[in-house]
Structures are given as structure tokens and as C-alpha cells.
Design a protein around this ligand. Structure first.
Ligand SMILES: *Cc1c(COP(=O)(O)O)cnc(C)c1O
Length: 468
């Protein structure tokens, strides 16, 4: 199967091409024209790895050997046999824990195999992989590529937009092929800088002269999305009956994976989109409007969802309304900072989606309430706002609580956390929760890279770094 551009008729790429070069010429994204049907329910006894392989094979991309090697990376998760943990809370409520990988966030689910695939496809060519991060993509990308030859990674993040653990995970890495840039600005600024550089001909040519190709590890890359379908489908199969899936959403990559799983055959009733006070997706799914006018990004307790430009909505619009309409809507968004779907289009979206948002205060209350059952991080906590206890539901747990200890402490102890490391240990003891040494060790790590840059200067800074 080929992937096609969400905006232009005719532009297409193989899976391998789209992974190595994720931007289309017209600013769109690569996506499947039609999703394959996959009967996962007949495969319910397969291991996660074999289930994943079968699901990917239904796309008929070829590349089976590379994909098999990529899926082996799941063996580095807590449970070697299965990267996810599906915890049954009650007869009707399940938590799909996706944070049992090396950097303790769901980004590892896609980025661990993605690193190996990219290296396989690069075939010894030099690559620069860029990513913009609100906190979790960065560490996961750096981790995935830390020992891969010929591949350099640059990671751009908002200097005061991540948690301390997330920043330390990036700043403490000491590999010659990895570089992080903290910028003055928020995540949308980081993502815009990335998108601009990916489309910058001069930048690409300068890299070419150094014999380096350019790619990106954000969920604009279809190679990420592919691996984010599997865990939703696999959880549905394990449960068997129809479910709602609740997803805390930022760039909409995780939720898009759930939508693709549904289209492929997973028995999902509603995909429920949880946001924080940056609730542009709530308005989108309830009113059909995507309206950036007058909106200012707020910093919240769930920083991975502090986003206004949610890239993967474009793939959803493409799947629902095809390329001509997608192009029209995105051109309008660019010129007028706004688009509105027709009532009929909104109805089609609402067949699959519901949405709501959570204030920080509600988020802290949800963490506190749910702590009687288990500890959930501030992103996962936003899902509780959308929980309908009459229906069978899966909450998608996207990060381990240890990455957001100050918020956890405030929620659980109703006071400010003064010493983060001590607080982690304290909470872990009180709630009998495990903590990885890889998290605790960060507080004593050597900081290698903590300078703050202006977004405009990055093009030169990156080229300078590469030439060293
Ligand atoms: C990235 C992230 C999200 C948002 O996922 P998207 O795919 O961008 O919607 C939610 N929670 C956490 C902890 C994350 O790291």
C-alpha cells in the first residue's frame, strides 16, 4: 500500500519514503487513502509482538524483516513479553498503561521501534532526525537513537514548558550524536520552528552538502502513528466487548491511532478526547470549529497537552472528508486562523468522537480521588472528566506519575513540594508504588546541555553543531 498526501491529489509515497521524508510538498501529511480491514479478534491469543506484526502486515507495506527487528525493541519494557499493562479497575473500567518503556511515557511505544526502522531504512546514509517536544517525545526520541550510528538527533523544547524530570532526561544525555535546544517560547513555537526547518530549502541543501538527509520524529511522521494503532486494538481484543476509549490529547496522534483501530475493525463505540484548559479540541468536536483567533496558550499541569495546533486533526479530516476539503480547510486556517465544518460534517465526526476538558483544579481532584485505586499522572487524570461509569471504557494512561511529582504532591498532600526527589520517594512509599532508578538518578545527573536559544537562531546553531 502507498500513503498519499492529505492535501494534494497524486502525491504519494511508500511507507519507507514517508518515514524517511515525512513532509509532503504542499504542507500536508502522508496518510492511508483507505485503512485496511484487520480481524484482530481472531488473534486474541497472540503475543503483543506477533499481534503487532500481523496488524502492520495488513497494510501491505512490505518491509517485514525490518518491522520484525523493530518490534524486538518492546523487549526492553518492564515486562519483556508485553509492553503494555491493561489493568482492570472494575467490571467496566480498564487502564491501558502505556508508560512501561525506558522514558516512562507512551511515546516509547512508537519511538522505540521507530528508531530501529529508521536505521534499517537509512541503509548507512547519514540522517538528522529532528523533533519538537512538549516533554515526552524528546526523551523518547533521544533514547531510541542514542547508540545508532550515522544518525544524529536534534530535539527542540520550550525552555519552561516541560517538567523538571523531562528536562533532566534530555539535559543529562551525553552522546555525541544527540543535541537538545531549549527555546524561548511554547510548544507551538517549537513545533513551528521544526515545521519551518523541515520545509527550508536552504537548510536541506546545507545538510545535503554535508551528506546528511533530514527527517522528523514527531507524530507528523506516519511511522509514529502506525505503532500507536496497535495498543488500542490489542486492548480492545483483550476485553472483547464494545468499549469507549478515553485519550488525553495534544497533537492528536494517540487518539488518531484509536480512530484508525476502529476503522480497521476494533469494537470501539466512542473515542473520547480529553483536553486541559487549552480546549481547542473540545470546541472542535462539540461545535465543529477550529478557532485560533484570540486564543493564547495557557500553561497547565498537563504540559504535553498545552497545544493549540493539533497536527493530526488533518489526518482525521482527510479520512472523513478527503483531500480537496482538507486542503480548503487548512488554507482557511492559515489565512483566517479559523475554520468551521458544516453541520453535516460535524455529525459525521460525532459518530466517532466526544470531547470535554478539565481545569487544573479538577485535575488535582481527580488525581487525589483516584489515588485510592492507583496513581495516575496529570494527563491521564483529565480522562476521568469523560468517564461514563455505565459503559465499558479504557482510559489511556500516557505517562508515569513520577514525571510530574510536584503536581502529584500538590494533589495528594495539598501543599507545595519543596524537594522533588524526596517527594517521589515519599509518595512511592505511601502508595506502595514502584519507582525506577532511571528516574531517581536524574536528580544527581551531570547537566550537559542547558542553554536557552532564540528560535530564529536554530538553523545556524544546528548547522554549527553538525560541523563540529
Ligand atoms: C504526548 C503526550 C500526550 C498527548 O499525545 P498526542 O498524541 O500528542 O495527542 C498526552 N499525555 C502525555 C503524557 C504525553 O506525553
Amino acid at each position: 500500500m502507498k500513503l498519499v498526501s492529505t492535501r494534494a491529489k497524486g502525491e504519494e509515497a511508500s511507507f519507507k519514503e514517508a518515514l524517511l521524508s515525512p513532509s509532503t510538498k504542499d504542507g500536508g501529511l502522508f496518510a492511508p487513502l483507505v485503512l485496511p480491514k484487520f480481524n484482530g479478534y481472531e488473534l486474541k491469543d497472540l503475543s503483543y509482538e506477533n499481534f503487532a506484526l500481523k496488524l502492520i502486515q495488513s497494510f501491505e507495506f512490505g518491509e517485514d524483516e525490518a518491522i520484525k527487528r523493530a518490534l524486538k525493541t518492546y523487549q526492553c519494557f518492564d515486562n519483556e513479553a508485553c509492553p503494555i499493562e491493561l489493568t482492570k479497575i472494575s467490571q467496566k473500567l480498564f487502564i491501558n498503561e502505556l508508560y512501561h518503556g525506558p522514558t516512562r511515557a507512551f511515546k516509547d511505544m512508537a519511538l522505540q521501534p521507530f528508531g530501529v526502522l529508521l536505521q534499517e531504512f537509512a541503509q548507512g546514509k547519514n540522517f538528522l532526525i529532528m523533533c519538537a517536544t512538549s516533554g515526552d517525545t524528546g526523551p523518547a526520541t533521544l533514547k531510541s537513537f542514542e547508540n545508532l550510528e550515522h544518525i544524529r538527533v536534534v530535539c527542540i523544547y520550550p525552555s519552561s514548558g516541560t517538567s523538571r524530570v523531562q528536562a533532566l532526561q534530555m539535559q543529562s544525555l551525553n552522546h555525541n550524536n544527540l543535541k537538545v535546544f531549549a527555546i524561548n517560547g511554547n510548544f507551538d513555537d517549537a513545533q513551528n520552528t521544526l515545521k519551518t526547518l523541515l520545509l527550508d530549502k536552504g537548510f536541506k541543501e546545507a545538510l545535503k552538502r554535508l551528506d546528511i538527509e533530514l527527517s522528523a520524529a514527531n507524530s507528523v511522521n506516519f511511522g509514529r502513528i502506525l505503532f500507536q494503532i496497535i495498543y488500542h486494538y490489542y486492548a480492545c481484543v483483550k476485553i472483547g466487548e464494545n468499549v469507549d476509549i478515553i485519550v488525553p490529547s495534544g497533537n492528536f496522534g494517540d487518539a488518531l491511532g484509536a480512530y484508525y483501530a476502529k476503522k480497521m475493525g476494533a469494537k470501539i463505540d466512542k473515542i473520547k478526547i480529553a483536553s486541559n484548559e487549552n480546549n481547542i479540541l473540545t470546541d472542535f468536536f462539540t461545535k465543529g470549529e477550529y478557532d485560533l483567533r484570540g486564543r493564547v496558550l495557557k500553561k497547565t499541569l498537563s504540559p504535553a497537552m498545552d497545544i493549540l495546533i493539533s497536527s493530526n486533526i488533518e489526518r482525521l479530516l482527510f479520512d472523513k472528508f478527503k483531500d480537496t476539503r482538507t486542503k480548503e480547510l487548512y488554507e482557511q486556517l492559515k489565512t483566517q486562523k479559523f475554520f468551521k465544518l458544516s453541520p453535516n460534517e460535524l455529525e459525521l465526526l460525532q459518530e466517532d468522537f466526544e470531547a470535554d476538558f478539565c481545569t487544573d483544579e479538577q485535575c488535582l481532584n481527580f488525581i487525589d480521588e483516584f489515588s485510592k485505586t492507583m496513581l495516575i499522572d496529570p494527563h491521564t487524570a483529565t480522562c476521568l472528566k469523560l468517564l461514563d461509569r455505565q459503559k465499558t471504557a479504557i482510559i489511556t494512561a500516557t505517562a508515569e506519575w513520577t514525571k510530574f511529582t510536584p503536581s502529584m504532591y500538590e494533589a495528594l498532600y495539598h501543599e507545595k513540594c519543596l524537594d522533588e526527589k524526596a517527594a517521589i520517594i515519599d509518595i512511592a512509599e505511601r502508595f506502595s508504588a514502584g519507582v525506577k532508578m532511571s528516574i531517581l538518578d536524574l536528580f544527581d545527573a551531570d547537566i550537559k546541555q542547558d542553554k536557552i536559544y532564540e528560535a530564529k537562531s536554530l538553523k545556524n546553531e544546528i548547522l554549527e553543531w553538525i560541523k563540529q
